[in-house]
Design a protein around this ligand. Structure first.
Ligand SMILES: Cc1ncc(COP(=O)(O)O)c(C=O)c1O
Length: 399
């Protein structure tokens, strides 16, 4: 199977089980090879976790009574409103629907808002799970490629192409903001333009803001779509990223633009959520504590992202590859020199060479990146990153 075929996602576990690169990695690991991992996405495995004391402070007695609310407990929704207040958006608990994860929130929106034959439109390169979830819910996905400027290392939204990507079946436009893995961010003007665009085209906007709390601090905070007053927007978030607590399992949907257009659809979301009631009271309760006390851990993570990014830039200077500047998020895209841009199966070959040298790094094709790119996680513990980069320096294509 070629990496191009891999991109027709949503065809079950055989996709990963037959991808040559992932099979090769399994083979190496089974043979006892050690790989330095530069693809961390789980902070708790990267040494960034809440101390045991945190969980000890949690009082399970508060969860001994269960009175289900299909929107999720009001006290937790209130705590999420406080979180939004700090980032400049005035939200009411009535605008929030709680789920067991952000991924589940995507599924809930898709099955609530879409009819048979409807399609989700996504931007590429981007987070591959949106398509997977849409497929699992039985819907098709179309995509619009962002315009890349390799010189500047920037990505822009091609408005005309976006308009041309819309068919009579397009129902939802789903965006990740800040993007994973590109780390680019829309400014307020673009946010307003996107909202007007969606409204004019009759599309429902779903905005995944799980990386909103991780701007490059020297470049300033990222604006949230939750500030939007007059367009219906569904904003997804969750404690797995916002509080660095992927084990807790709490996600949310903020219905922005409410009450003008929101309530009917919000009520429909709540109705569907009521059929599952998958959020546990433990997750809902402890999330209140995590949201109130996350600052220090988030700061530690920010420090790591920034020092790792500097380390990576230093390593890359004098080499023939490019590190794309990061506006926000946990990942960085590396684009290889011109002579490696047209490899038959794109960056899969280079990732294989990296593995042969002893490092696992995500191939760009996993995110539909054009040309030959690699994606490195800045979440990686500093020592591991340094070790990994030293090894990667011996890979010919990265010299
Ligand atoms: C952009 C993006 N959205 C959503 C998720 C999933 O979040 P959750 O753990 O809340 O399902 C991830 C996980 O990595 C992600 O990168």
């Amino acid at each position: 199977m070629t990496s191009d075929q891999y991109r027709s996602k949503g065809r079950g576990p055989e996709v990963l089980q037959t991808d040559p690169l992932f099979l090769y990695r399994e083979k190496l690991l089974a043979a006892g090879h050690k790989l330095i991992d530069l693809s961390f996405s789980n902070p708790s495995q990267a040494g960034l976790f809440w101390e045991k004391d945190t969980w000890m402070q949690f009082n399970p007695v508060e969860t001994s009574q269960y009175s289900p609310d299909p929107q999720g407990p009001w006290v937790t929704r209130k705590a999420i409103c406080e979180y939004y207040k700090e980032i400049g958006a005035d939200i009411d608990p009535e605008q929030i629907v709680l789920t067991a994860s952000t991924s589940e929130a995507y599924g809930l929106c898709f099955k609530t808002f879409m009819q048979k034959d409807d399609e989700v439109l996504v931007l590429t390169p981007g987070y591959p799970l949106i398509s997977e979830i849409a497929f699992l819910e039985g819907f098709k996905v179309s995509s619009c490629p962002l315009t890349v400027n390799f010189e500047e290392g920037s990505w822009t939204l091609p408005w005309k192409k976006l308009k041309n990507s819309i068919s009579t079946h397009t129902r939802i436009l789903a965006l990740v903001h800040p993007s994973n893995p590109l780390g680019n961010v829309f400014d307020l003007e673009q946010i307003e333009k996107l909202c007007q665009f969606a409204q004019a085209e009759g599309l429902i906007l779903i905005i995944d803001e799980v990386f909103l709390d991780f701007p490059h601090r020297e470049k300033g905070a990222c604006p949230t779509f939750a500030q939007i007053q007059d367009t219906e927007v569904y904003i997804l978030g969750g404690v797995s990223k916002a509080c660095l607590a992927p084990q807790v399992k709490l996600g949310w949907i903020v219905v922005a633009g409410w009450p003008k257009q929101g309530p009917a659809r919000r009520d429909h979301l709540v109705y569907v959520n009521d059929a599952y009631l998958s959020l546990s009271v433990y997750a809902a309760q402890i999330s209140i504590f995590l949201l109130k006390n996350k600052t220090q851990l988030v700061e530690t993570l920010q420090g790591r992202l920034e020092s790792n990014e500097k380390e990576l830039q230093l390593w890359a200077s004098g080499r023939s590859l490019k590190v794309f500047p990061r506006r926000a998020g946990w990942y960085v895209v590396l684009s290889l020199a011109e002579q490696f841009q047209h490899l038959p199966d794109r960056s899969g070959q280079i990732s294989r060479q990296c593995m042969d040298a002893g490092v696992w790094v995500h191939p760009g094709y996993l995110f539909d990146l054009p040309g030959t790119c690699l994606v490195i996680s800045l979440l990686t513990p500093e020592i591991e990153l340094r070790k990994g980069l030293k090894v990667l320096g011996n890979v010919q294509a990265l010299a």
